[in-house]
Design a binder for this molecule. Structure first.
Ligand SMILES: [Zn+2]
Length: 462
C-alpha cells in the first residue's frame, strides 16, 4: 500500500520484503514475439495437497491431451480446421551436447523457461529444471497449466494473432497475448476437470495449485501493463485463467484492450518502490482502519442511514471473545458489539510472508461482515462468507486508481490473490466456518466479482 501526502500520518516504516519476487528473464536474441516467456517460478505459499510423480509422465500425457482437445475444440469454436502442433520439445538444458532447440541458440539458454516457438510451431520447455521444479512445487498441476498456457499461444498463432500484432503492435501488447494464453489454458483445463484423463489428475485441489503456479509466474513488481514485456500480475493472470475456465475459446479470442482491464501499475513514488510497496504493520493497520471505516461506513450508511463503521481493535482481548477471534483467523468481526478486531500476533506472519495487502484483505473482509450486519443480513453461513470475500474485492477495486488518500502499490493485488489461495480466512463467517468444499479458486472468483461489480453486487438478496 502507499499513502498519499497528508492522507494518514506515516509512522516509522520497516522495510519488509515480499515473499519472493519473480524473475522474468529474457532469452537473448530470440526473434519470437513472446520473448521472456515463462521464467523460473517463485514458489507460492498456497496450501494445496496434490499428488506428485515424475514430470515426464505428466508432460507426455498433457501434451497429447491438449492436442486432442484443440483438434476437437478449435474447428467447433472458430469454424476453421485445426493444424496439429508440429513439435513438443522437452529440452535437457543441462546437457552441453544437446543441439539448439527451436527459437534459441543453445539448450542452456532455455534454462528455467518454457515457450511456444511460432517459427517451428513448437512448444519447447526446460525438462531438466523448470518442469521438475513445477512438479515439485505444485504437483502435476504445475506442468499441466504451464504447457496448457504455451499451447494457448499456438492457438493464437492459428487465429492470426501474430500477424495482427506485427501490423498493429499497440493493439496487441504482450500482456494481452499472455492473458489470452492464460484464458485458453483455463478453457482446456475446465474440460480436463469435467472429463478426467488417466495420468492427469485435475480436480479442485489441482485447480488451486494451477492458480498458485500462475501466481509464481507473475511479473516483477513495478512492471506496467503497457510495458511491451509485461505478462501480467498475479491478479491479471488468474483473472484470465478464470475467464477461460468459466467461458470458452471464443471468449479468449475476443479479448482486446477494449474489454480487458489490466490492473498492473508502476510504483507511485521512489519511497514506495524502496519499501517494495509494503507499509509496516502498525502503519498499515492505522491506514486501513481510517480508509476502510470511511468507505465501508458509506456503503453501510447507504442501506442503513446513520450507521458508522466500527473502529479496528488491535487486541485479541478486545470486543471479541478469544475463541471467536481464533475461529475467524487473524481478523474478526465481533457479532457481540459489531466491532472488528485484529490479533497482531497472527496477522504479523501473514504480513511478513505475503506483504501488507494480505493483511488488508483479511481486515476488509471482516468489515464486509460488519456491513452485512448493519443491513440486517446474516453474518453466518456460506452466503455471508462469500459476501465478505466479495466486499474485500469491492473495497480493493476502488484503490487501483484512487482519487486520493490510500492507494494500491504494485504487488498488492498479488498479495490479495496469495492470501485468498493460502487460507480460507477471508471467506469465514462470523462463527469462523466456511463451506466444507471451499476452495481458493472460489475465493478468488468472489473477490474478483466484488472488484469488478462494486459493493452492491456483494449483498445477498433479501
Ligand atoms: Zn505466454
Amino acid at each position: 500500500m502507499r499513502l498519499r501526502r497528508g492522507a494518514v500520518p506515516v509512522l516509522a516504516l520497516a522495510v519488509v520484503l515480499v515473499a519472493g519476487t519473480a524473475c522474468a528473464t529474457t532469452v537473448p536474441g530470440r526473434a519470437s514475439a513472446i520473448t521472456g516467456e515463462l521464467a523460473a517460478p517463485v514458489p507460492a505459499p498456497a496450501a494445496v495437497a496434490v499428488a506428485t510423480g515424475p514430470a515426464g509422465a505428466v508432460t507426455g500425457a498433457i501434451t497429447a491431451e491438449l492436442q486432442r482437445f484443440w483438434r476437437a475444440t478449435f474447428p467447433a469454436a472458430f469454424g476453421r480446421p485445426w493444424r496439429d502442433i508440429a513439435q513438443f520439445v522437452p529440452v535437457p538444458t543441462r546437457d552441453a551436447t544437446e543441439p539448439p532447440p527451436p527459437c534459441v541458440g543453445r539448450a542452456a539458454d532455455l534454462d528455467g523457461q518454457a515457450f511456444y516457438c511460432p517459427a517451428a510451431d513448437a512448444v519447447v520447455w526446460d525438462a531438466d529444471g523448470l518442469l521438475p521444479d513445477l512438479q515439485r512445487d505444485y504437483g502435476p498441476a504445475g506442468p499441466i497449466v504451464v504447457l496448457s498456457h504455451e499451447v494457448g499461444h499456438a492457438v493464437q498463432t492459428r487465429l492470426g494473432v501474430d500477424e495482427a500484432q506485427v501490423k498493429d503492435p499497440a493493439r496487441y501488447p504482450t500482456i494481452l497475448l499472455e492473458a489470452m494464453a492464460d484464458c485458453d489454458a483455463g478453457v482446456a483445463l475446465a474440460n480436463l476437470m469435467q472429463h478426467p484423463v488417466a495420468g492427469l489428475p485435475f480436480g479442485p485441489a489441482e485447480r488451486d495449485a494451477a492458480l498458485a503456479a500462475l501466481v509464481g509466474f507473475r511479473d516483477p513488481l513495478g512492471v506496467e501493463a503497457n510495458d511491451q514485456s509485461a505478462h501480467g500480475n498475479a491478479f491479471d493472470r488468474v483473472s484470465a485463467f478464470q475467464d477461460g475456465f468459466s467461458g470458452d475459446a471464443n471468449r479468449c479470442a475476443a479479448m482486446s484492450l477494449d474489454n480487458q482491464r489490466f490492473t498492473q501499475r508502476h510504483f507511485g513514488s521512489a519511497a514506495d518502490q524502496a519499501r517494495k510497496g509494503n507499509l509496516s504493520m502498525p502503519t498499515l493497520l492505522a491506514a486501513v482502519e481510517a480508509d476502510a471505516r470511511t468507505w465501508f461506513g458509506s456503503v453501510g450508511a447507504a442501506r442503513s442511514p446513520g450507521w458508522t463503521a466500527p473502529l479496528l481493535r488491535p487486541s485479541p482481548t478486545g470486543a471479541c471473545p478469544k475463541g471467536q477471534l481464533t475461529a475467524q483467523g487473524p481478523a474478526s468481526f465481533c457479532p457481540v458489539d459489531g466491532s472488528v478486531a485484529v490479533d497482531p500476533a497472527t496477522l504479523a506472519p501473514v504480513h511478513d510472508k505475503l506483504g501488507d495487502y494480505a493483511d488488508a484483505v483479511l481486515v476488509a473482509s471482516r468489515y464486509g461482515l460488519a456491513v452485512l450486519a448493519a443491513d440486517g443480513k446474516r453474518t453466518t453461513g456460506s452466503v455471508a462468507g462469500d459476501a465478505a470475500t466479495c466486499m474485500a474485492g469491492a473495497y480493493t477495486g476502488r484503490l487501483i486508481d484512487p482519487n486520493g488518500g490510500f492507494a494500491l502499490s504494485p504487488g498488492d493485488l498479488d498479495e490479495a490473490v496469495q492470501v485468498l489461495l493460502a487460507d480460507d480466512w477471508a471467506a469465514r463467517d462470523a462463527r469462523g466456518d466456511t463451506e466444507a468444499d471451499e476452495r481458493g479458486y472460489d475465493r478468488v472468483a468472489q473477490f474478483r466479482s466484488g472488484l469488478l461489480g462494486g459493493p452492491e453486487s456483494c449483498f445477498p438478496p433479501a
